[in-house]
Ligand binder design. Structure first.
Ligand code: ADP
Ligand code: ASP
Ligand code: MG
Length: 425
């Protein structure tokens, strides 16, 4: 017998027929003798719909009230799954974020899980009840509902798995694993049987939304075994967890697997695109110590994550332009904050562009190989794609380009790094 956390994403929960399929997958795991907790997302499109209501009500919305609205999608699906399981004769009970409770900090709309007491959940599971937990939501120290940032149900699932010491955390989604790039953009993307935590963390953080970034860092820290697999299987298919998905493993495990199979490590593991960032440029800022601190201090205080930053070298006038990216969802608040602090920062103009995309190539093989970035720049240049900004880490190179060129850039790079699947594969 194993203790398993199963997480189902939005497309898997979109409507009563899909929920019935999910219930069937869950029921079969329990029938196989496992203890099961299920974490669910809202129906596909529901969270977007709720976010739009908030924007219409108040473009500069209070994140705490936003959380009250957007957390509701998961309440609906958790109740519906419990009802569907009960209709199949299973014992099932929903556990809302405030009931467990899943404690988080006060960073509304992107709260961090601080932990939860798993005792009640474990005793209900031991009594044969399937626990159904709405993902994405928690409870702050101020006793208010919080949400964990878009895609946060993955993190809820890993947090539950860590707290109840689950043997596995299975993330069921609408693709059957992690691919070399989004299989919806590149038909020739290849499924990866294993990815290391480190690579998955980097891929997720640069836009591979198959797993939320925090879910990967939590899994890495808590040593949770995470597997990505598809919920789109027939009712009579072999148990879904026997189908090969993608296992997230440690570096040592991967090295061992590759040695056993006599496989070489790939230079590049994956390519990701992120259209959720916006670019802001502040012109003619004084080139003096502390100037950038006056820009980024207020943004940090407002919990706005700044990603790429470029500061041009000052020309003779002692002035410089600063360009940076923030999540598109935070652009309005960023503009308002910068305007508010305009005098202290001392910029001349603020120019924003939300029609940009960040394209990244990721792979631990980069550590020992030169030339990864230059292959990227040349492949993009050959197709006339202009690079607006560049950033690198030990195992990643990212570039900022025009949003309209996203799909082309990802395809071109997938081919340039010789990652395309062959017909036979
Ligand atoms: P869920 O609703 O199940 O959480 P998401 O939409 O959040 O699903 O994540 C699954 C989607 O992630 C896939 O449909 C796919 O388009 C996208 N995706 C992006 N990059 C990758 C990748 N490298 N491998 C697999 N899927 C990817
Ligand atoms: N429903 C939330 C979202 O769409 C959380 C999730 O699906 O993981 O972002
Ligand atoms: Mg998701």
């Amino acid at each position: 017998m194993a203790r398993i956390v199963m997480k189902f994403g939005g497309t898997s929960m979109a409507g009563t027929e899909r929920i019935r399929r999910v219930a069937n997958i869950v029921r079969r795991q329990q029938a196989a003798g496992h203890e099961v907790a299920v974490v669910v997302s809202a129906m596909a499109g529901e969270t977007d719909r709720l976010v739009n209501f908030c924007r219409e009500a108040n473009p500069l919305f209070d994140p705490a009230e936003y959380d009250v609205v957007v957390a509701s999608g998961e309440q609906v699906t958790s109740g519906l799954l419990a009802l569907t399981l009960q209709a199949m004769g299973c014992k099932a009970r929903s556990w809302l974020g405030w009931q467990l409770p899943i404690h988080t900090d006060e960073a509304y709309s992107k709260a961090r899980i601080e932990g939860f007491d798993s005792e009640a959940l474990l005793s209900s599971m031991a009594a044969g009840e399937i626990a159904v937990i709405p993902g994405f939501q928690g409870l702050s120290g101020e006793n208010r509902i919080t949400t964990l940032g878009r895609g946060g149900s993955d993190t809820s699932a890993v947090a539950v798995a860590a707290a109840i010491h689950a043997d596995r955390c299975d993330i069921y989604t609408d693709v059957d694993g992690v691919y070399t790039t989004d299989p919806r953009i590149v038909a020739k993307a290849r499924k990866l049987s294993h990815v290391t935590y480190e690579e998955m963390l980097e891929l997720a953080s640069v836009g591979s939304k198959v797993l939320q970034t925090r879910s990967v860092s939590l899994a890495m820290k808590e040593k949770v075994r995470v597997q990505v697999l598809s919920s789109f299987v027939d009712d009579d298919a072999p148990a879904a967890d026997t189908l090969p998905g993608t296992m997230i493993v440690s570096d040592e495990e991967l090295a061992k697997i590759q040695e056993d199979l006599d496989m070489e490590r790939q230079l590049i593991t994956g390519i990701a695109a992120d259209k959720n960032e916006a670019k802001v440029t502040l012109t003619r800022i004084a080139d003096r110590p502390g100037a950038v601190a006056t820009i980024f201090g207020p943004l940090a205080a407002a919990n706005i994550n700044v990603d790429m930053i470029i500061q041009n070298i000052a020309k003779d006038k002692g002035e410089t332009d600063v360009t940076f990216t923030v999540p598109k969802a935070d652009l309005l608040r960023t503009q308002a904050l910068l305007e508010e602090h305009k005098d202290a920062i001392g910029f001349y103009r603020m120019i924003s562009d939300d029609k940009i995309a960040k394209i990244s190539v990721v792979g631990v093989g980069m550590r020992s190989h030169a030339g990864v970035a230059s292959t990227m720049f040349k492949a993009l240049a050959d197709r006339g794609i202009n690079i607006q900004a560049i950033s690198t880490s030990e195992i990643k190179v990212s570039v900022l380009i025009d949003e309209d060129e996203t799909e082309l850039a990802v395809r071109v790079l997938h081919t340039a790094y010789e990652m395309d699947a062959t017909e036979a594969a």
